[in-house]
Ligand binder design. Sequence first.
Ligand code: ADP
Ligand code: MG
Length: 210
Amino acid sequence: MKVIAVLNQKGGSGKTTIATHLARALQLGGAGVLLVDSDPQGSARDWAAVREDQPLTVVGIDRPTIDRDLKNVASKMDFAVIDGAPRASDMAVSAIKAANFVLIPVQPSPYDIWAASDLVDLVKQRIEVTDGKLQAAFVVSRLIKGTRIGGEVAEALAGYGLPILESRIAQRVSYPGTAATGTTVLDAEPDGDAAAEVRALADEIKQKLI
Ligand code: ADP
Ligand code: MG
C-alpha cells in the first residue's frame, strides 16, 4: 500500500478537492483506494455521503494515530489518500509518518507559499529520518486560467527545495459544482480539461511512487 497525504495547514488551499479527485482518479485507474478524512470538520465524509452509490470508501481518522491505524485498516488497499486537517500540527506529524508521498497544494500567491513553511520543515525532517524514502512535492492549486505563475511565486516555491509537480490544478467552477453532488469532474465530464488535469496529477504521482 502507498499512502499519499495531501497536506497544508492553510484552509482553502484545495486539499479536500485534490484528495477526493486524486482518490477517484486512482480508483478509476483500477486501484483499490481508501480515502482518509483527517479533518475533524469532516468535509470529505460529507462529500462522500451526498452520493448514494458512492464508489469510494471514506473513513475518518481525526486523531493523531493515522500512521498506526492505516497499517491495520488499509493494508489490502493499493493506495490510501489522506485529506489533511487544517492547523493541528500533531495531525500533520501523524499523516507525514504514515505517508510515502506528501502532496502540498499551494495557491500561487506568496502569502500561501510562506504559510507552508512550518509544514515544509516537518516534511524535510521526516525525509531525513527516512533516508529519503518519503517523497514530497508541491502542486499548484486553483491556478486562474490564462495566468502564468509569476517569477516571485516560482522563486518562493523553489526556495523550499522540494519538487514542484508539472501538473497543476486550475480554478474551475466544475470542482465545487461536482462536489455538491458527491462526485468528481472525472465522473461528470470524463473527457473535459478538468478530468485531464486530475488524471495527469494522479499519473505523475504514480510514476514517482514506482
Ligand atoms: P481545503 O480542504 O484545503 O480547505 P477545499 O478543497 O475545501 O480546500 O477548497 C476550499 C474551497 O475552494 C471549496 O469551496 C472548494 O470547492 C473551492 N476550490 C478548491 N479547489 C478549487 C478549484 N481548483 N477550482 C475552484 N474551486 C476550488
Ligand atoms: Mg478540507
